[in-house]
Design a protein around this ligand. Structure first.
Ligand SMILES: Nc1ncnc2c1ncn2[C@@H]1O[C@H](COP(=O)(O)OP(=O)(O)OP(=O)(O)O)[C@@H](O)[C@H]1O
Length: 484
């Protein structure tokens, strides 16, 4: 068709103009929707992509179309309706496009640093909707709306950390008491939950207009992209204007120049009395891979360690999970004796508990009469978890990246080239099969992707393995390497 050929030509010119990487990131899923008279309508899968293209590339695309056909006056970008019947979720958006610092209402074609700072909306629908109108921008990694202070179970192991976190969320910019607040604990003990609760609550507070939650991985990736696109200045300007910076998984911050940038940002925020909250799997003084200047600045605040939950907390976490699940389906139930049995036996972390709970819920749907013995059988691998060496997602990413000769950063990036997509899918598959982590959590660890992306990857690799012995051997080898 004539219009398709026109679209193909413009796409080719666009690709030549912006380069294959940028093209793959932003235009790989651009489709021709319709052409009527002088208006060309193109479609993309997410509102985020629409805003991004509108803000940054609409003029270029318009002029490319006009060079092909002078009659064309206007280009419109539409959002394709969700294909899987699901409403576009907050993580869906962010998953497909980790570069979430983009203006939403997009009259302003060119993003000035100011406009990014003022309009950045993070494709986080829930946050935006519930935030009071004076709550300002937020960008970075996606926030999980379930991670709130209300759903965080308090106990002796986390009381101090929770109190400090709440104080910060409520105090707002300027009322800096512990700066930076550094929360550390071993894996699965609620750091991410607590940090996101701070961000979620702070957004609601009229005093914190600009809140940013980032994982260290996202920060690295975002800076690397900005440097590549000659955009680092806007990013720095945008970050300069925030009131509260929340950074998760600090132990992953790597790379000299990135750490340098981070150090600048930290100094700038701390010096201007803006609050910073950081979490890592170890204390600041144990972050050997960090630049000593970053480490020392992180040590200058308050470091609080969280321990594992005790029995009462574990039981409460399970009860809360059940209550939440029942809100969606009132017919769900798990008897109290099973819940307390699980709370007594699954002692490693909140994550194992979550895994156990999900398993139970799943099993109950087709084995309604679960006995304690059956529960033990089902959850045997989680009981005493912690004694056998636990596989961590970062280990999986490291081994897979090395094996396929890509970087870990590329694995969690938005790049969609074949050489990266396959290892990424394999790493996601291994994360699902070798760890008790949930799909959303794995998505988060892979650059803030949506759980459906992880689900798709797992299914795809499962399919491939069943028909490809070479791949299945390769995966066995990777499993051995990961477990070494
Ligand atoms: N005190 C708590 N109350 C409610 N849920 C909790 C609590 N502690 C942990 N969890 C739950 O356990 C799971 C794992 O927690 P989270 O991801 O926050 O751990 P983490 O410390 O960030 O782990 P990692 O270091 O691996 O990133 C989450 O589902 C979280 O909601």
């Amino acid at each position: 068709m004539r219009h398709n050929a026109l679209f193909e030509r413009v796409s080719a010119r666009l690709k030549a103009q912006v380069g294959p990487d940028v093209y793959a990131s932003w235009f790989g899923r651009l489709k021709l929707h319709s052409v009527s008279k002088s208006v060309v309508r193109l479609s993309v899968p997410t509102t985020f992509l629409k805003s991004w293209i509108n803000n940054r590339y609409l003029d270029l695309i318009t002029s490319l179309f006009q060079q092909e056909d002078a009659e064309i006056l206007k280009i419109e970008i539409l959002v394709r309706t969700a294909t899987r019947g699901a409403r576009p979720s907050l993580s869906d958006e962010a998953a497909q496009s980790p570069q979430v610092e983009v203006a939403s209402p997009s009259q302003n074609r060119r993003s000035t640093p100011q406009s990014i700072a003022q309009h950045a909306t993070a494709a986080i629908g829930g946050v935006q909707k519930t935030a009071p109108s004076n709550s300002g921008p937020l960008f970075g990694s996606p926030l999980d709306q379930r991670y709130t202070f209300d759903s965080f179970v308090e106990g002796s192991s986390n009381r101090v950390a929770l109190a400090a976190a709440k104080t910060i969320a409520e105090a707002g910019a300027g009322a800096v008491r512990f700066n930076p607040l550094f929360i550390h604990s071993s894996v699965g003990l609620g750091k991410t939950h607590l940090l996101q609760a701070v961000a979620n609550a702070a957004i609601q507070s009229p005093r914190n207009s600009r809140v940013v939650y980032l994982t260290a991985e996202y920060f690295m990736w975002r800076f690397a992209t900005a440097i590549r696109d000659n955009d680092a200045l806007s990013l720095k300007e945008a970050l300069r204007n925030i009131d509260l910076l929340v950074i998760d998984d600090m132990q992953f911050l790597q790379g000299k120049s990135i750490q340098h940038e981070f150090c600048h940002l930290l100094n700038m925020l701390l010096d201007s009395a803006k609050q910073v909250v950081v979490a890592a799997d170890r204390a600041p003084w144990e972050l050997e891979s960090l630049d000593p200047r970053v480490r020392s600045r992180l040590q200058g605040g308050v470091a609080i360690e969280m321990d594992g939950p005790d029995y009462e907390m574990r039981l409460e976490i399970l009860k809360q999970r059940l209550e939440t699940a029942r809100r969606e389906d009132a017919s769900l139930d798990i008897p109290a004796d099973i819940l307390s049995h699980v709370a007594r036996n699954i002692t490693a972390s909140g994550r194992e508990l979550e895994g156990a709970f999900n398993q139970l819920l799943f099993r109950r749907s087709f084995e309604p009469q679960l006995s304690i013995e059956r529960v033990d059988e089902l959850l045997g691998h989680l009981v005493n978890a912690g004694e056998p060496r636990r596989v961590r997602i970062e280990d999986i990413q490291r081994v897979v990246a090395k094996h396929y000769n890509v970087s870990r950063q590329e694995l969690v990036s938005n790049r969609r080239t074949r050489v990266i997509v396959k290892p990424r899918q394999i790493a996601m598959y291994l994360a699902k099969t070798l760890t008790p982590r949930s799909f959303p959590e794995i998505g988060r660890r892979f650059g803030g992707r949506d759980h459906t992306t992880v689900l798709h990857a797992v299914r795809k690799i499962e399919d491939l393995i069943s028909g490809d012995t070479k791949l299945s051997h390769e995966i066995e080898l990777l499993k051995r390497l990961i477990n070494e």
